[in-house]
Design a protein around this ligand. Structure first.
Ligand SMILES: Nc1ncnc2c1ncn2[C@@H]1O[C@H](COP(=O)(O)OP(=O)(O)OP(=O)(O)O)[C@@H](O)[C@H]1O
Ligand SMILES: [Mg+2]
Length: 233
């Protein structure tokens, strides 16, 4: 079976004046369909940079970056935006909800880019909002929700287009322990019940323990994978 994410000799440099600053150096990575990978490593090691490349938010300086068989680095900007909208769900540390939209409208937003009718959109939104346990919070605005509830809205928004890949950048980084545990349980259900492939950046060992395996980034270099043996129930 081919890898869902196939990365070969990938490098990313940022430019500072005349200087070229290496952030990722010669990265090789394979993520199979249905995998749940946790990326760990010190601050500044390039985790978010790598995640953003995988999600098509940024472009590599060199190397091969194929996701779902598509050479995403070669796509023109508008095609890349369409590809992201169709295939990737995003979960961020600070939720990134739109403050003037309700929970329902936030979840509906990615569907407004699709040809679905209003009625079909409603059905999809209802389904994922129930799935994350917020059926009774649909008309609440983000400021009327706790951090954990906002992150659940963000997860519903990530799922609503039924993407093949979920990328999460420190999804529990701003949550207390109990809310973090709820979010991690949802991440696990997305993977196990819905078959979503997940790449999650985290500093949180409890989060990493939900993954199938962990890879560490350090100074732009990626370690071998470490299997998570005793996955927490
Ligand atoms: N757009 C950019 N322009 C220049 N340098 C950048 C840019 N984005 C990231 N960097 C640099 O790349 C390095 C890696 O950043 P990145 O955000 O990937 O780290 P990280 O591992 O996610 O860290 P953290 O755990 O703190 O979130 C940092 O030194 C950062 O300053
Ligand atoms: Mg980061």
């Amino acid at each position: 079976m081919p890898s869902l994410i196939e990365i070969r000799n990938l490098s990313k440099f940022y430019r500072r004046g005349e200087q070229r600053i290496p952030v990722l150096v010669d990265i090789n990575l394979d993520v199979m369909e249905g995998d749940f990978l946790a990326l760990m490593g010190p601050s500044g090691s390039g985790k978010s940079t790598l995640l953003n490349l995988i999600a098509g938010l940024d472009r590599p300086t060199a190397g091969v970056l194929r996701v779902g068989g598509v050479d995403i680095a070669a796509l023109p900007e508008s095609a890349l935006a369409d590809w992201r909208a169709a295939h990737v769900g995003f979960v961020f540390q600070f939720y990134n909800l739109i403050p003037v939209l309700t929970a329902f409208e936030n979840v509906e937003l990615p569907l407004t880019l699709t040809p679905l009718s209003r009625q079909e959109r409603r059905q999809h939104v209802e389904l994922v909002i129930e799935l994350v346990g917020l059926g009774d919070r649909k008309t609440h605005y983000p400021r009327q929700l706790s951090g954990g509830q906002q992150q659940r809205v963000a997860i519903a928004r990530a799922l609503v287009t039924d993407p093949m890949l979920i990328v999460a950048d420190e999804p529990t980084g701003d949550l207390d322990r109990a809310s973090a545990a709820e979010i991690l349980e949802l991440m696990e259900r997305m993977n196990e019940d819905l078959g979503k492939t997940i790449v999650m950046v985290t500093h949180d060992q409890r989060a990493a323990d939900k993954a199938h395996y962990v890879q560490h980034l350090d100074k732009g270099e990626l370690s071998e994978r470490v299997e998570v043996l005793a996955r927490t129930p």
